[in-house]
Design a binder for this molecule. Structure first.
Ligand SMILES: Nc1ncnc2c1ncn2[C@@H]1O[C@H](COP(=O)(O)OP(=O)(O)OP(=O)(O)O)[C@@H](O)[C@H]1O
Length: 306
């Protein structure tokens, strides 16, 4: 069995009287990109702040590589890198000065600081800006620098809070690419409410709603969370809606024009097979048959109600 990278057990947090998260449990023991999804106010930041040791939970435990964050925060934090929603940059420092400062904060041994800064600037594509003042970097490069400070100490586990917020489409693609590269040898948790981001970047999704974990699974499992109950059919022979309605299991037929139909069905696993067989038997000249999958937005909306 792989070593546990992050383990969250019975995690709950209360701000004054109101519970922000309640009894969250999950464990990560494989590298990859894990998306933390949820509506505004669902409890993502609270969870991430506790994971990164910025906030002390009311109940439950968090361990990073087997180290309990509450009992030994200094050791646990050595394994974590964190990029908050607003990158903690100092605009009046140069890129190099800032990264040296971050390396010192992260206890990188003195003799290794310059090497760490060189490596991380190359990694994040900012080595040509080492002498530039941070205030003079574009938004995309500031975000790259935010990522660089999160990995300067070579942590096993990195947490990014909405890393592409406010970037233009080209910068978004670049940052996603960089995050994927970083995740090849690390575990990354990415908080976001942008579903295309999750689809483009993540291997696994955790969704939190009203403080509870309502989904944990792969992006494919998320995509297929709602069982389809309709399919699109194109029949060159155009049999008409009445004929199609007679197929057992079909509950509704909608004519879409151009010999295309939308068929609604009951919970019938072999429905597609049955339609193909009927079409062959009746000479309907089947041209296309496709299950209609729910969009990620619909799945998100459905899970939000849980
Ligand atoms: N410092 C605080 N004091 C009191 N309540 C808080 C505090 N911080 C957050 N909350 C409440 O806890 C709940 C969870 O908030 P949290 O910020 O964790 O959600 P989120 O999923 O990160 O939302 P967003 O996407 O908007 O950042 C919300 O109801 C929020 O109002």
């Amino acid at each position: 069995m792989n070593e546990s990278i992050l383990k969250i057990e019975n995690l709950s947090h209360r701000y004054s009287v109101q519970w922000a998260i309640r009894d969250i449990n999950f464990e990560i023991n494989k590298n990859g990109i894990y998306g933390l999804l949820g509506s505004n106010g669902a409890g993502k930041s609270t969870t991430m702040n506790i994971i990164c040791g910025v906030l002390k939970q009311t109940e439950g435990s968090v361990s990073i590589k087997g180290i309990d964050m509450r009992k030994d925060p200094v050791q646990a934090k050595r394994h974590i890198g964190f990029l908050p929603q607003i990158p903690p940059l100092h605009p009046d420092l140069t890129v190099e000065e800032y990264l040296v400062h971050c390396a010192n904060l992260r206890y990188v041994p003195k003799n290794d600081v310059n090497k760490a800064v060189d490596e991380v600037t190359v990694r994040c594509g900012i080595s040509h800006f080492k002498k530039r003042l941070i205030r003079n970097l574009s938004g995309g490069y500031q975000q790259r620098l935010g990522i660089a400070q999160a990995i300067i100490h070579n942590p096993d586990f990195v947490v990014f809070d909405e890393p592409t917020n406010g970037l233009d489409p080209n910068q978004i693609v670049e940052i996603r690419h960089l995050i994927k590269e970083i995740a090849q040898e690390r575990t990354v948790i990415l908080s976001t409410h942008i579903l295309t981001e999750v689809q483009a970047t993540c291997d696994h999704i955790y969704m939190i709603e009203q403080g509870s974990l309502v989904f944990s699974g792969s992006v494919d499992e998320f995509d297929n969370y709602i069982e389809p109950n309709s399919l699109l059919l194109s029949l060159l022979a155009n049999p008409g809606t009445e004929e199609l309605r007679l197929i057992p299991g079909i509950t509704g037929v909608e004519e879409l024009g151009g010999s295309r139909y939308r068929l609604r069905f009951n919970d019938t696993p072999e429905i597609a097979e049955r339609i193909v067989e009927t079409s062959v038997a009746k000479g309907w000249r089947l041209n296309e048959i496709n299950l209609e999958k729910s969009s990620m937005d619909s799945v998100f909306a459905e899970l939000s109600k849980k």
